[in-house]
Each structure stands twice: as structure tokens, then as C-alpha cells.
Design a protein around this ligand. Structure first.
Ligand SMILES: [Zn+2]
Length: 202
């Protein structure tokens, strides 16, 4: 049963759209909408303006596939990054997570998903051909596969590895194992087995 409308169609539309954001259910969408409306000048107006600019300027980088306001993006054109290393990620969110960690000063390639025959996602649906082409064209010495440790992620990693094997590129992947701060007792068997297999010298 649809909940009764409490405001005019413009406000209901705002609530409905906010409710489509990840992590926001109908109740929190109403709360967020009310918060925005109450702070119209400080929040609603600047947010609407920022969204207008975003709609106008944001696009996909034709080199790496991330989103930015310039093409090529700020990362691809950053001369201070190691030009010989490419980090391959599934999604822009993963790129942002790696950048937040400040763990590597390299450039990226965003696949846009993982291979999933059951869902009808094949190599042509992802930015794989452009990755292979990029590795052949640019002076890349290492490709780091920072792909999720899911079945689809690993299938995708193997596919890419096969297709890069005839190029002079080192293909590496993230270590799988005990997370920082992790307690062995709480880990699943797959993670524990993988951590043992990938043990390193102390
Ligand atoms: Zn880029």
C-alpha cells in the first residue's frame, strides 16, 4: 500500500528521487528531503547548483574509464604518477577507495564490471579491449589486477591475464588473506586457506 502524500508533488518527487540513492530508504529519504528544505539557502540551493554543474561537466575518461570533469581525467594527465604501472579495477568506487588509501601512485583502468556469463556480461561489455590496446601502445611494465575476490572477479582476472600474456607486461594481483586487524577465529575457511597458501617470509 502506498504511503499517504504529506506534501505537494515537487516535494514528493524530491523524496522519491532521494529514496533511489544507495543506503536511503523511504524514511531516511523523507528525513533528508526535510533537512534540505529546512536549510534551503545553505544546502538545497548549493546542492542544486553543484548537481547542475555535475550534469554539465562530468563525463567518462576515454583513456581509463573513470568519471571526471575533464577528458583525459586528472589522474591520466598527472605527470607525477608512475606512468609504467596500471591498476585495473572493476568500478570507479574501487579506484576512489585505492586513492583514499594513498597506497600507490599509479594510473588506473576501470573495467566497468566483471565477466558474468549468467548475467550475459561478456568481454565486449567491459573495457578489456581498451586495456589490452593501452598496454600495447603505452610503455606499461606492470598491470596490477585490483579486482574483487569474487568468482566473477577472479574469472575476469584470468581472462585479462591470458590476453596480456603475449605482451611484455608483468601481471600481478592483490594478495588475498587476513585483513589488517582481522582475527583468525572470525575468518571464513576460504580466506584462511588462501592466507596460508600466500604466506610470506617474516
Ligand atoms: Zn583517465
Amino acid at each position: 500500500m502506498a504511503s499517504p502524500k504529506v506534501a505537494g508533488p515537487e516535494i514528493e518527487r524530491l523524496i522519491q528521487l532521494l529514496g533511489k540513492l544507495p543506503g536511503l530508504g523511504p524514511r531516511s529519504a523523507r528525513r533528508a528531503a526535510l533537512h534540505l528544505i529546512k536549510r534551503k539557502d545553505q544546502l538545497l540551493v548549493p546542492l542544486a547548483e553543484a548537481m547542475g554543474v555535475a550534469v554539465e561537466k562530468i563525463g567518462v575518461c576515454s583513456t581509463c574509464g573513470t568519471v571526471d570533469t575533464s577528458d583525459p581525467c586528472a589522474i591520466c594527465t598527472d605527470p607525477k604518477r608512475d606512468q609504467s604501472v596500471l591498476v585495473v579495477v572493476e568500478d570507479v568506487a574501487d579506484l576512489w577507495a585505492l586513492e583514499r588509501a594513498s597506497a600507490i601512485n599509479a594510473r588506473y583502468h576501470v573495467l566497468g564490471g566483471t565477466l558474468s556469463p549468467l548475467d550475459g556480461v561478456g568481454p565486449e561489455d567491459l573495457n578489456i579491449a581498451s586495456l589490452i590496446e593501452r598496454c600495447g601502445r603505452e610503455d606499461i611494465s606492470e598491470v596490477i589486477l585490483a579486482i574483487n575476490a569474487t568468482v566473477e572477479g577472479q574469472t575476469t582476472a584470468h581472462y585479462i591475464m591470458d590476453h596480456l600474456s603475449n605482451l611484455d607486461v608483468n601481471v600481478t594481483r592483490l594478495a588475498h588473506g587476513v585483513p589488517v586487524g582481522g582475527e583468525l577465529d572470525y575468518l571464513d575457511e576460504g580466506t584462511l586457506a588462501q592466507a596460508l597458501k600466500a604466506r610470506t617470509r617474516f
